[in-house]
Ligand binder design. Structure first.
Ligand code: DGJ
Length: 751
């Protein structure tokens, strides 16, 4: 284009060199060239391998989203996209704002809403400049500065992209130099705009022991909101994760879909607003609900990240993108290994002492797992933790139950040949505790009102730096006294009732900062812990899956999806988490919650990170043999489940059984799990083959059934070999029925 302009200019010069207005023409052309280059510069394409988000500043210097979707071959053409849209009312030009300010001329849901130091409520954000920084071969950070022309108030938008994984994380920094503080009433992380015809939202609903129930609806005009106001275990009813399909509902391998999630462990709000053009605005961030934040001059407020991936090939590809990104870039030690374990929660609840625990260590060793995990009930003396009514906050070993202390247990576990891990719930306090008696000012409570309890407990005030030190100290003391401690299960069983902080009150800070300062206080503690203890594995637990998000998961190696360990329920729960989280992060324990056969229970738990929560001594000889063999089998293929690509093959919501497959990166080995989910007479039999996915069409594979219960022979003939092409085109019948309710197949390349 530039060369063309130069040639054109030379031509004109030849014709007009004798004319007096020559100078004028030159100036005109230079102006044209300048504005052309400016338009080019002000089109910002944020690309990954397959998709692009394109921002463009108009003549008015307002930055808008002009494109979102499949990447164009020639990125110079992004500059031309906006010319194809002809919208003509007075409000045009704000619907697709890259970060919609409230006040001035916006009529829609804002991304940011502030009250300036002088009490004025208006905000306009104009484009100033943008920078692109290559973080590494795969990662790029684009920053875009927006500024109010009237007030010294600015927002920097950040877009971090991981090219190969097609993942983008968006967040922003907000800052001002007004004379006095500015009150931010809303401060979202991301504001996107989609120009499709129809939008189908899959959200996930639930509560304790029934997490992640999906529901898909077509979005209609107006605003659909996903949000939470629970404070701590904010995802109890609804996680900050969704799938958004464009034009038609996406399936596993077909359709255009975005998976989105907010990396924030507190209150969030995600709005989907269908505007008058039937285009969709998405605004995601911290929930503004009672959360006005006072920003001092020169203070920077950083919003949490909104993470998304986009695929034109259905939910399967999108979730493989998300899982692979999480393993490589977000989850702590996402590409490492995990410890198999025996937990004592469902085996003993609060009823144990050190002798009983030591006897259970032998069970862990017998099973062949790596570690014993001591759960709730080991602490507090004045108000012993013998049930869930007392003791939280008093993190000293209970002298009656554990007279020889944790150190003794760590040593005995080691003598038994297993590692030792421990449960804590450090953000909480029981009203019956010494901590409450001595530090009532550390507790979130309304001083003039009766206390409301959730699981008989209260939440500590993590906005208070002293409380942050206390929480850090609980873990630090445990590790200092017991350097061999191998694992932490970090629980969180209460929501924030009584949302009042004595710390904020004493320091004359607004109570409306509590929800945000709580989460940032928690992150400060976790950051500090990770500086001193960078590698120790920690499970993110919240009475089940009450707090699962990528804000917290950068400090944790894994999470507890649900207290519901009934394997039939777990098939569905684990299926739904898999859209957003990799199997290596998903802890599954074999328990006695259900009467389904041990094989079914164990096979389901293997589809992630395997653990047990049973009394090993109570197992029959065959059950023990089976469990031992399962642990050994699991160790032989866990590399594929933890680090391989996952393919959801048969949907349990639409079929009588479910099939899921993991395949290693070299496509040499795959593990396929099949579970019956409908036990009614004559239903559930796999009468047809299941088509595999992700194999190499040109390789030959053997298919062998593994993890059979002692004395049971497989119906699968494992002497045959098949091409990857055959297995993916014709398929293979795992032969699931009411006598074979759970079938694991191992698929190996045959050379
Ligand atoms: C809730 C957790 O989800 C359970 O696994 C167990 O640790 C209990 N808390 C202990 O109180």
């Amino acid at each position: 284009m530039i060369q063309f302009l130069i040639a054109f200019f030379k031509l004109l010069n030849m014709y007009f060199n004798k004319i007096a207005c020559r100078k004028l023409i030159i100036v005109g052309l230079l102006l044209f060239l300048f504005s052309f280059l400016r338009a080019q510069q002000n089109t910002i394409a944020i690309e990954t391998k397959n998709d692009a988000l394109v921002l463009q500043a108009g003549k008015d210097s307002l930055l808008r989203i002009v494109y979102f979707g499949k990447k164009l071959l020639n990125n110079a053409e992004y500059a031309l996209v906006s010319s194809q849209y002809h919208k003509d009312d007075n409000n045009v030009g704000i619907n697709n704002s890259v970060y919609t300010p409230a006040g001035t001329w916006n009529l829609l849901e804002p991304a940011i809403q502030v009250v300036h130091a002088d009490g004025n409520h208006s905000l306009e954000l104009k484009y100033v400049n943008s920078f692109v920084k290559k973080v590494d071969d795969n990662t790029t950070l684009t920053s875009v500065l927006l500024r109010d022309p009237v007030y010294p108030f600015e927002v920097t938008l950040f877009f971090k992209t991981w090219f190969n994984e097609n993942v983008t994380e968006q967040w922003c920094e907000i800052k001002h130099t007004e004379k006095k503080p500015v009150v931010m009433e809303k401060y979202a992380s991301a504001n996107l705009y989609f120009t499709n015809k129809k939008y189908f939202l899959t959200q996930f609903q639930g509560s304790w022991a029934r997490e992640m129930r999906p529901e898909e609806t077509e979005l209609t005009a107006g605003i659909k909101t996903l949000d939470t106001k629970l404070g701590t275990r904010a995802d109890l009813f609804q996680p900050p994760s969704f799938a958004l399909s464009f034009d038609k509902p996406a399936t596993e391998d077909d359709g255009v879909v975005m998976l989105g999630t907010l990396a924030w462990s507190g209150n969030y709000k995600i709005d989907f607003e269908k505007d008058a053009y039937e285009h969709l605005r998405l605004i995601a961030g911290i929930n503004p609900y009672t959360s006005e934040y006072t920003l001092q001059p020169n203070q920077t407020f950083t919003t949490p990240g909104f993470i998304y991936t986009y695929s034109e090939n259905g939910k399967g590809e999108a979730s493989r993108n998300m899982q692979s990104w999480a393993r490589k870039y977000r989850l702590l030690d996402g590409e490492g290994n995990r410890l198999t374990l025996l937990n004592n929660w469902e085996a003993t609840y609060f009823g144990f002492d050190e002798n009983k625990l030591v006897s259970l260590f032998k069970g862990a060793k017998d099973l062949g797992v790596d570690m014993f995990l001591l759960d709730d009930g080991w602490f507090a003396n004045k108000y012993p933790r013998n049930d869930d009514h007392a003791g939280l906050g008093d993190w000293q070993e209970n002298k009656k139950k554990l007279p020889s202390g944790i150190g003794y247990l760590v040593k005995e576990a080691s003598n038994a040949g297993v590692k030792f891990g421990i449960w804590v719930e450090p953000e909480m306090v029981s009203p019956k505790s010494e901590l409450y008696e001595n530090h009532v000012d550390w507790v979130l409570r309304e001083p003039q009102r009766p206390e409301h309890y959730y699981r008989n407990q209260l939440v500590l005030d993590l906005s208070n730096p002293e409380v942050q030190n206390f929480v850090y100290g609980i873990l630090d003391t445990l590790f200092t006294k017991n350097p061999q401690l191998a694992f932490i299960k970090w629980d969180c069983n209460a929501v924030i009732f009584n949302a009042h902080s004595m710390y904020l009150e004493k320091n004359k800070l607004p109570q409306s900062q509590l929800y945000v300062d709580y989460v940032n206080g928690l992150y400060k503690v976790l950051q500090r812990l990770r500086v001193k203890y960078p590698t120790v594995p920690m499970m993110l637990c919240s009475g089940g899956g009450g707090r699962v998000d990528y804000g917290a998961l950068q400090y944790f190696t894994e999470f507890w999806p649900s207290d519901n360990t009934d394997p039939l329920e777990r098939v569905f729960i684990q299926w739904n988490y898999s859209y957003f989280y990799p199997a290596i992060a998903t802890c599954n324990h074999v328990t006695d919650w259900s009467k389904l056969p041990l094989k079914y229970r164990t096979d389901v738990a293997m589809m992630g990170k395997l653990g047990f929560d049973i009394v090993v001594n109570d197992l029959s000889a065959d059950d023990l043999k089976f469990a031992q063999q399962s642990v050994a089998n699991y160790k032989s293929f866990s590399n594929v489940v933890w680090h391989g690509d996952q393919y959801r093959l048969v949907d349990p919501y639409e079929n009588d059984f479910m099939s899921i497959m993991y395949i290693d990166n070299a496509k040499n080995k795959a593990i396929m799990f099949n579970y019956l989910v409908n036990f009614r007479f004559s239903l559930g039999a796999t009468i047809e083959p299941v088509k595999f996915k992700g194999l190499d069409a040109n390789k030959k594979y053997s298919v062998k059934e593994i993890n059979l219960y002692p004395g049971i022979n497989s119906r699968i003939n494992s002497s045959q070999t098949f091409s990857g092409d055959y297995l993916m085109t014709v398929g293979f019948n795992p032969d699931v029925d009411t006598r074979r309710t759970s079938v694991i197949l191992e698929i190996d390349e045959v050379k």
